[in-house]
Design a protein around this ligand. Structure first.
Ligand code: CA
Length: 224
């Protein structure tokens, strides 16, 4: 699988490339819009990760130009901004998925795999302990039991599974799931975490969502 990363913040671009390489992908990097466009136009990539704010030509324009030339390379768009308007602009321009910076590396990998799977290349499931989250059906399963998650529950579970044992601040869940401009507060996160706990126990999962005061949540797998 050959991926293209177009991102002008060199450290970020290189760390994304390194991460993807350690997961077995072949990766090329471009640091500005026009170069990114030229690489992508070659049509050799299975997916491109495209930043929005780029020198030369922004990510929206690069995506739009590729799509107008019938280049169907899946595009995962990155941006530091999270306003709904930008999200819509990105999707209108032809992006397949939109990830807001800062993102978790697990989240990035999950998105990459989900987009590649959509191409019929790979099956994507995140797992932790005895429990798996199917990204295409939003289903949480443990052994033979499974339960469907609502959109919010799914988003939260995906973030927690992406982070694995690492702690995720409540505030970061709030921002990623509800966005900066929403009226939701940390109580919403708590409510959805309690829904998730019920669903985990309903399928006999030994995964627990552990809350640490003032720090957030992380997953733990109980010894069976
Ligand atoms: Ca940038």
């Amino acid at each position: 699988m050959k991926l293209l990363v177009v991102e002008d913040e060199r450290r970020l671009a290189n760390s994304i490339a390194d991460l993807l390489r350690t997961h077995g992908f072949e990766v090329d990097v471009a640091y500005d819009g026009p170069t990114g466009y030229d690489y992508a136009a070659s049509g050799v990539y299975d997916l491109m990760i495209l930043d929005v704010m780029l020198p030369g030509e922004n990510g929206f324009d690069v995506a739009r130009r590729l799509r107008s030339e019938r280049n169907g390379t899946p595009i995962l768009m990155l941006t530091a901004r999270s306003e709904t308007a930008d999200r819509i602009a990105g999707l209108d321009a032809g992006a397949d998925y939109y990830l807001t910076k800062p993102f978790d590396t697990g989240e990035l990998l999950a998105c990459v795999r989900a987009l590649l799977r959509r191409q019929g290349e790979q099956v994507e499931v995140l797992s932790f302990g005895d429990t798996a989250l199917d990204l295409s059906t939003c289903t949480l399963s443990c052994g033979a039991d499974s339960v469907r998650l609502s959109n919010r529950e799914f988003d939260i579970m995906r973030i927690l599974m992406g982070a694995q044992h690492r702690n995720v601040p409540k505030e970061s869940i709030l921002t990623k799931v509800w966005g900066y401009d929403s009226n939701a507060d940390e109580n919403h996160v708590e409510v959805y975490v309690s829904f998730l706990r019920k669903k985990l126990s309903s399928i006999g999962s030994h995964v627990r969502i552990v809350a640490i005061r003032r720090q957030g949540y992380h997953l733990e797998a109980e010894e069976v």
